[in-house]
Structure formats: C-alpha cells, structure tokens
Design a protein around this ligand. Structure first.
Ligand code: M6R
Length: 576
C-alpha cells in the first residue's frame, strides 16, 4: 500500500507534497514523511501518525526547492516507527527515496550491497543504497536500469537526487501517474493527488522509468529506450473532497448513496450505454465467466454470480488472493474483475494471469483511469465519486446496481427504476430505529448475520463492515449452514441478525432454530414493522445493506472508534 508523491517545479515544493499526501492518505496512515532538495542537500522530515496530527512536524516550506518527494505509509516490513517511515536516505546523503510495493529479494540485495549504514527494517531502504552504490560513475539512470533488472517484486519508486536537484520515478506492478502542469511535474500513486494542478496525465507502464530533462518529462523503458507517451486529458472536479457538515466520511458517503446512484443510472442509460451493451454481449458470448475481487467487491461479485445464474449464464466468483489456486482461465473465459480502486494488487495479478491464458477482461471499477480499467477490453465505471472512508459503502451499492443492470439486460428481469428515492427513504425512515439498535448491540463481542440466496452476500458484507469499522467479531453466513456447526455457539442472548426478503420463507425455520437456543434475533425484513423497507422486493439487497452500514456506523460512533481510518487498514491494498 502506501502513497508516494513527487514534485519538480516552480511552486512551493513542500506545500505541493503535503497536499498530495493528504489526498493519498487513504493508502496508509501509519506515518508520513517528505524530503526536498535545496542548495544541493537533502532536507528531510518524517513522523508517526496521521497527517493532520503531524503536518507541522513535516514543515519544510521555508526551504527553497524545486524538487521533492513524499510518502504516506502502511507498514509491511518493520513496525510503525519514525526510522521505518519514508523517505530513506543514502549513506552519503545524495539520494532520498520513497517506495510503494514489496521488494521480494531485498535481503539478497542487501547482502550483496555490503557496507552501508542501514537505519530501518524496511525492504525499501535497500533501494536507496543500491542507487547510491550503482551511481558511482555519476549516472543515476544506469543505477535505475540495473535496479529494474535485478529487483524482484512490485514497486513504484521516486528518487530525489540532491546533486542534480532532480526526481526520478520507476514502476513495476504498483501504480505511477505523472501530471504535466504549467508549474511543474507531479508524480504520484494516483491521479487525485495532483488533480488541483493539471488535467494532463501520463501513466507509466510496468518496467518504465521517467526523469526530467530541463523541465520536460522523459519516459524510458528498462533498457533505456525512450518511450513516446501521449498525455491523457482527465476531466475532473477541482474541488477537494471534504466532509461538509458530516462528522465522518462514512456517514457522508452513506448519505450520498441516492445521488451517486442517480448519476450511475444516467450514465448507464447514456454515456456508458455502448459499454453496457458490449459487456452484456461478452457475458453472453463467453463459455466461462469468472468474477474476481477482494473484500466488499467480492461480495458484490457473489451477487453477480447469483444474478447471472438466474439469467441463465454460468458464472463463478473467485477471491482474488486465491485466484491462481482455483482458476481455470482460458481463451473461452471472460474475467470480470470488480474493484473500487482498480488498484488492488491481488485483482491485478488475477487479471495478468488470466490475460496470459487468453481470457478477455470486462471490469467494473470506480476510480477513473485506474490500472484495472486500463487493462480491460471493456470497463463500466460505477461513478460513485471519490470514497474516502476505508469502508466501501456507496461504491458497494453502485457495484450491485451495475451488476443488476447487466443481468437484467440479459434476462429482462425487473429492477426498481425509482431505486434512488427508495434508498433515500430507507436511510431517513430507519435512522432512529437503527440508532436504538446500535445502542443495544454496541457492547457485543460476537454477532451473526444470516441470509439465503441473494441475501447471503449481503450478510457477509454487513459482517465485514462490523469487523472493520465497529471492531465486532461478526460472521455473515448462509442461514442453512447454522445447523452444520455454528449453532453450537448460539446461547442465551447471542445476537443474530436475519435478512429476510419478502417471499423467502425458507429462512424462517433457521430463525426458529436460533431462537429456540435463546438467540436475540433481529429481523431485517419488510414483514418487521420496526423497519421501513421499499415496496419492491428487488430493492431488498440494497436496503438491507444500507441498514447494516448504518448499524455499523452508529455502533462505532457510540464506541468512539476511528471510523474513517480503522486500525491496521488502508483503503487501497496495493500489496499481495
Ligand atoms: O478497491 P477494491 O474494491 O479492489 O478493494 C477491495 C477491498 O480491499 C475493499 O473492498 C475492503 O474490503 C473494504 N475496505 C471493505 O469495506
């Protein structure tokens, strides 16, 4: 994970970097650091904690500098500490470096480097010493090419050279975008980091590096051959995301569901119509449909399988981190990666792997121009806007909607054309009851959520949210599976939330099973007058999900938890 940023230009380097890091914080918030080069020396500051709390410790605004790099960390190698925070500096002090990814052969490289003063436990520090050692004939590019040849693993790296006051970046497996602005060049893990400065972006591909000549960007491949890269123009709102009057992004993003859904509906009917049709045709034409995704996006994929099977299309869903152990992709396969960020490493690996075996790729993503979008034959954007809270909420709803529309374009199944309004009412009309329920459940340590059919993935999704944001051990399961083991854990007052759509009477006996063992059952169902549900049953998956999200939010708020940035997590998981 981790977010990296770099800048070369006439603006205030420190200020540009701090703004970029703020926008990259969703990639990790254990520690942060920046380095600028001024008077041919590296000046560096780093600290442990979230950016808002440590911003003043990273202040280098008084240094006149045209080049700098920054980093926000999610720890992989080495504990969360100032020593392990990036940037790392080479022994002679000429180079500073930031890294996102995992270097697999770092120990071997470290041994081969011999005498260097290592001050951290990270894999990344090896790279800065390597660059120093191999640049001894003065040529940094030679060192970079040698590193790219010898390194195993994934990286996007920015190197600051204080001698030449330059920034170099390189990429293999982790993202690197470069913004070309009137006041300089902006390097970052994602395009939002510099969206306020420019609309012109170059994306590095694997095994490419870039450097600045004069003020021009030069991109080369790992052999040193110049690659002609045409910048893409990206249209975006220049507004920085903010919480408005909401205390937390999670709550704001849940409340945005109706409006982002409306936006998605429109684009699927208009600007994305051709892609929707192309996607539909590809689903029909391929023998094998394999969804792949992680976390919340995997739960959306499970629903994708459910809907497509109903529409007569054979499909399966594989968790991306286990993809290679279970897949049988071939040239008759359509791989459907689903990913909010479009940058999840395990999903990217599954795409690469399937592509090599001849599969076609039709993806569903949120972040525009993401790696997965760029790797796909066709892509549908869920258009939910930037999601800041680590928990995926509005994006899950829009993933579900996109998947439902795809399957209904195949079998003509009904979907609620007034879903956005129905969900607005779901939020407003249930809030008080959900707060009451949150109060009742907030001290629980274990919780079970059960569902069948289309409600099963939702049970898993709600459980994931309760773990991630409310720190409650929650299990989302198929209701019919209780009697095969889990029932042994049900005792007096064990909370069990059951998801019961209209017409799904088969779950009733499972609810009875837990009730007769003393469970405290909470029925999320249109038949339970404690809750308001939209009339149309196709809305059930959406409405019950929202109730689960709100319940999670209010429990976490009641317990004073760091809702938007839960411990140990990051929004975009760019390591395997
Ligand atoms: O960006 P992606 O959709 O590929 O991310 C996948 C998971 O990391 C993500 O859904 C994660 O499970 C969420 N934080 C859950 O709320």
């Amino acid at each position: 994970m981790c977010g990296i940023a770099g800048y070369y230009g006439s603006g205030n380097t420190c200020e540009v970097l701090l703004n970029s890091l703020k926008r990259l914080e969703y990639r990790g918030y254990d520690s942060a650091g920046i380095a600028v080069s001024s008077d041919f020396e590296i000046h560096i500051k780093k600290a442990v904690g979230e950016l808002d709390d440590i911003k003043s410790d990273l202040d280098l605004k008084d240094k006149k500098s045209k080049a700098g790099i920054g980093h926000t960390r999610w720890a992989t190698h080495g504990e969360v500490s100032e020593e392990n925070a990036h940037p790392h500096v080479s022994c002679c002090g000429r180079f500073a470096l930031v890294h996102n990814g995992i270097l697999e052969n770092w120990e071997e490289m470290k041994r081969e480097l011999g005498e260097h003063r290592f001050t951290s436990e990270t894999d990344s520090e090896v790279v800065v010493h390597f660059i120093e050692q191999r640049s001894q004939d003065g040529c940094v590019e030679t060192a970079i090419r040698e590193f790219m040849k010898e390194a195993k693993g994934s990286y996007s790296i920015a190197v600051l050279d204080s001698k030449r006051e330059e920034v170099f970046v390189m990429k293999n497996g982790s993202p690197m975008a470069i913004g070309i602005g009137s006041d300089g060049l902006f390097f970052a893990s994602d395009i939002h980091a510099f969206s306020e400065h420019t609309e012109n972006v170059v994306f590095l591909d694997d095994n490419e590096y870039a450097t600045v000549r004069g003020s021009e960007l030069v991109v080369k491949n790992h052999k040193g051959k110049i690659v002609d890269k045409q910048p893409k123009t990206i249209k975006w709102s220049k507004k920085s995301p903010n919480k408005k009057n909401f205390e937390h992004y999670m709550y704001k993003e849940i409340n945005e569901i109706p409006s982002v859904l409306r936006k998605l509906e429109k684009t699927l009917d208009r600007s994305q119509k051709n892609d929707l049709n192309k996607f539909r045709d590809m689903l029909k034409e391929h023998e094998k449909i394999i969804f792949t995704a992680s976390g919340t996006s995997y739960h959306a994929s499970l629903l994708g399988v459910y809907f497509l099977q109903k529409a007569g299309i054979e499909a399966q869903a594989l968790i991306a981190s286990e993809f290679k152990n279970y897949e049988r992709a071939d040239d008759k396969t359509l791989l459907v990666p689903v990913s909010q960020s479009g940058e999840t490493k395990d999903v990217i690996e599954a795409v690469n792997h399937s592509r090599k075996k001849g599969a076609d790729i039709a993806s569903i993503t949120n972040v525009p121009h993401s790696t997965i979008e760029r790797m796909s034959d066709v892509n549908l954007r869920i258009n939910a806007g930037q999601e800041i809270c680590v928990a995926a909420t509005k994006t899950f709803i829009n993933q579900l909607y996109t998947i439902m529309r795809l399957s209904s374009s195949i079998d003509g199944a009904n979907y609620n054309a007034d879903l956005a309004n129905a969900l607005k009412n779901t939020i407003q009309k249930n809030e008080d009851k959900i707060k009451e329920l949150a109060e009742e459940l907030s001290d629980e340590e274990d919780l079970y959520i059960i569902g069948k059919g289309e409600a099963y993935p939702i049970a898993r999704e709600i459980a994931l949210k309760l773990k991630e944001i409310a720190y409650i051990h929650a299990e989302g399961m198929m209701a019919g599976e209780l009697k095969h083991g889990t029932l042994a854990l049900i005792e007096d007052n064990t909370p069990v939330v059951s998801l019961i759509p209209d017409g799904n009477s088969s779950i009733a006996s499972n609810v009875k099973e837990v009730e007769s063992r003393g469970a405290n059952t909470i029925k999320l169902s249109p038949h339970n007058k404690d809750f308001w549900f939209p009339e149309r049953n196709e809305s059930f998956v959406f409405a019950s999900t929202i109730l689960g999200f709100l319940l999670t939010y209010w429990i976490a708020k009641r317990n004073g938890l760091p809702i938007d940035k839960p411990r140990n997590l990051a929004k975009s998981v760019t390591v395997q």
